[in-house]
Design a protein around this ligand. Structure first.
Ligand code: HEM
Length: 510
């Protein structure tokens, strides 16, 4: 018996020694491998922040401790003020974060032909609605598609859409009016929820050709399905993967499908009715119908899910970003009554007794500055990227960006860099006037170069219509009882978002 126990113990011992030796070898090999991979930038003379052996510089994002935009901002700020770039790693994959405006312009504009693609999306994921759209498509298909999709958003088309936007402003105004009565809880009216209802109605009308009233119908299905795309931990993980680890794209297919099925049904319902009835509404459905019935190029057919993808990508790109812009503009103005007064004067001067037109809106320069300054402080998309399609050398710098390396711009960090802005954290609409390089800053929230936001003019118009509608009738007050913002990025996710909400109160003008 004793002999058997001692034999058993000796086998266990051998097994333990075997396991620990295997583990030691495994970890030693992993250590050597990781150290080598994480020396990619130091071997090229590029600084990086301290790295984690497994996660690289993205530990806080991957473990959902901090949003990606905040992690990128920290990487940006870890460099010396005048560093033109800083390297970083997502797991062991090297990436470069640009800090210098000239280099940003070089990549995004001058040498765009070498950097035409985003890392976003995944090439082997077959979900045309979510992932084979203009947001993720690669060159040369991107250029063809971009050319075609510019037509629904021309100046004239936007003018045609203005009445649809104004129409959506009416239930919004009614909603605010109701907030004034004691039945409604003005104090708990959250601005992102509020603005997402206006934008959902507007985008439903513009991109899907249907009328919704999510102010009246609290649980409106269109609005809720829009939120489903962006809210919740599963979706946050999906966006982090799509933006930063797209190789894992196939893992998240099921997370994307549900809202896609909903939007597919709505889209075809609208397209089929429009085609059968033959009427025009001045919206994106009109333009897509023309693309569907026009001559097709094998590079990208406007049929089936490819058509749904365009409406869906406009909706996805527009819904979250534009509603965030409106919410922050209201918040910023609520903290600055003096800017509200200037804005009100401008609206009054231009609009008194006149019908609202795009030309009149374009004349309101202070309104324009309010929107730009709000976007500077709170860019809804904090990060953009491009991937090199071949080895590239910056002019005058001894650094080669190898093929397939992704280059990032941290919009939220650049926009608050004291090297470029005095008092960068302050909301000062007039500052933009004084700055050189005006165009650059104005447009950075929308990306930059040929692949910048295609919906910029639409987004700005939607935002301005909302602000004109509200400020013609109301003033907004900062809600002192609600917790002030301590940190503008205190939620897990990819898009700029305030977990605790943004609260303002409306007061009717006399
Ligand atoms: C204030 C609201 C908005 C902001 C801040 C915003 C911001 C952005 C940014 C930063 C990009 C990436 C640009 C780059 O990579 O350089 C982008 C791309 C895009 N946005 Fe927007 N966007 C907004 C509203 C909209 C709206 C309303 C639409 C609807 C038409 C839209 C459609 C798109 C599309 C389709 C792309 C991809 C363009 C391409 O790859 O060619 N966006 N947007």
């Amino acid at each position: 018996m004793d002999q058997r126990i001692s034999q058993h113990n000796s086998i266990n011992m051998d097994y333990l020694v075997y396991c620990s030796t295997t583990l030691i070898i495994f970890f030693s090999l992993f250590y050597i491998y990781a150290k080598y991979k994480l020396s990619y930038w130091s071997r090229r003379g590029v600084k990086t922040p301290p790295t984690n052996l497994f996660f690289g510089n993205f530990k806080d994002c991957i473990t959902l401790k901090k949003p990606a935009g905040e992690v990128m901002r920290e990487i940006y700020n870890s460099a010396d003020p005048d560093d033109p770039y800083i390297g970083f790693y997502i797991f062991h994959k090297p990436m470069l974060l640009l800090r210098d405006h000239n280099l940003i312009k070089q990549v995004m504009i001058t040498d765009f032909e070498i950097f035409p693609n985003r890392r976003f999306g995944s090439s082997n994921q077959r979900d045309p609605i979510g992932l084979d759209s203009i947001l993720s498509i690669k060159q040369p298909r991107w250029r063809y598609l971009r050319g075609k999709l510019t037509s629904p958003l021309t100046g004239q088309k936007l003018k045609n859409m203005l009445p649809l936007m104004e129409e959506c402003g009416k239930p919004m105004l009614k909603f605010i009016e109701n907030l004034q009565s004691s039945e409604f809880d003005q104090e708990n009216s959250e601005m992102k929820d509020f603005s997402s209802r206006y934008i959902s109605d507007a985008m439903a009308s513009i991109a899907f050709g249907i009328n919704t009233n999510s102010f009246l119908e609290k649980e409106n299905a269109f609005w809720k399905n829009g939120l489903k795309i962006f809210r919740g931990i599963k979706r946050s993980i999906a966006f982090i993967i799509l933006f930063f680890i797209p190789e894992w794209g196939p893992l998240i297919g099921p997370l994307i499908k549900e809202p896609a099925n909903y939007f597919r049904e709505i889209f075809w319902d609208s397209m089929n009715t429009r085609e059968k009835m033959g009427y025009k509404r001045g919206d994106i459905i009109d333009s897509l119908l023309a693309l569907k019935n026009g001559e097709q190029d094998p590079i990208y057919n406007f049929e089936g899910d490819n058509l749904v993808a365009q409406s869906a990508s406009f909706y996805i790109a527009g819904f979250e970003a534009t509603s965030t812009t409106i919410a922050f503009a209201l918040y910023n103005l609520s903290r600055h009554p003096e800017h509200q007064a200037t804005l009100y004067d401008e609206i009054q001067t231009h609009l008194l007794g006149k019908k609202l037109t795009v030309d009149l809106i374009n004349e309101m320069s202070f309104l324009d500055r309010v929107v730009n300054e709000s976007l500077r402080l709170y860019p809804p998309l904090p990060v953009v990227d491009r991937t090199a399609t071949k080895d590239y050398k910056f002019p005058g710098i001894e650094l080669i960006i190898e093929k397939d390396i992704s280059v990032y711009v941290s919009i939220n960090a650049t926009n608050r860099d004291s090297k470029y802005f005095d008092n960068p954290d302050d909301f000062m609409p007039s500052r933009i006037e004084a700055k050189q390089n005006k165009k650059f800053f104005e447009s950075l929230a929308f990306g930059i170069g040929p692949r910048a936001c295609i919906g910029q003019r639409l987004a700005v118009l939607l935002t301005k219509v909302a602000l004109i509608t509200i400020f013609s009738n109301y003033t907004v007050y900062y809600n002192m009882k609600k917790k002030p913002i301590l940190n503008d990025n205190n939620a897990v996710g990819f898009f700029t978002y305030i977990a605790d909400g943004l609260y303002v109160e409306f007061k009717k003008r006399n």
